[in-house]
Design a binder for this molecule. Structure first.
Ligand code: ADP
Length: 169
């Protein structure tokens, strides 16, 4: 028979703001993109069961990188960090699900890759803190804050995922 459309994109975040679950802003940094790890990293979040809300390849303007990392402004590595983030395209994502912020941090692993457990993204793929491949929000509040920095309202999708009942009771 004819395929049945199951994804119903809705442009507005407002429409579902009151029922939206926790979100995390996850970003594959320029080293992750250059090293061809985009598919591997996205697969981990898909396989885990979190729901993709937004996704784009993006060349970061300097002021966006500075806003994202504004809490680290006084750190000695801040200028290098900003230069690193704007050094090439990044993959920006928003993932949704109960507990997604803490779970994504676990999946990403410790900030210093040599301390990150094998099986985590940084533990599997990285050596240095200044080339640690991926970002994940450290709190639900920052999940919202960072999502608003990197995405416009219309770039977030609310869609019914048919397999959700197989992931959550
Ligand atoms: P995380 O990304 O794990 O939340 P932080 O918020 O502490 O870690 O730092 C943000 C980012 O700044 C790190 O992911 C890393 O890219 C960079 N960074 C942190 N510490 C250092 C450091 N000592 N030298 C260079 N870069 C650093």
């Amino acid at each position: 028979g004819r395929p049945v459309p199951i994804a119903r994109p809705r442009a507005s975040r407002k429409a579902t703001a009151d029922v939206r679950a926790e979100i995390s802003y996850v970003m594959i940094k320029p080293d992750g993109v250059q090293r061809g790890l985009v598919g591997n990293i996205i697969s981990r979040f898909e396989n885990k069961g979190f729901q993709l809300k937004a996704l784009k390849l993006f060349q970061t303007p300097k002021d966006v990188a500075e806003e994202h990392y504004k809490d680290l402004k006084e750190k000695p590595f801040y200028p290098k960090l900003v230069d690193y983030i704007i050094s090439g395209p990044v993959v920006c994502m928003v993932w949704e699900g109960d507990g997604v912020v803490a779970s994504a941090r676990k999946m990403i692993g410790a900030t210093r890759p040599l301390e990150a457990e094998p099986g985590t993204i940084r533990g599997d793929f990285a050596i240095q803190v200044g080339r640690n491949i991926v970002h994940g929000s450290d709190s639900p509040e920052n999940g919202e804050r960072e999502t608003a920095i990197w995405f416009k309202e219309g770039e977030l999708m609310s869609w019914d995922r048919t397999m959700t009942p197989w992931l959550v009771e």
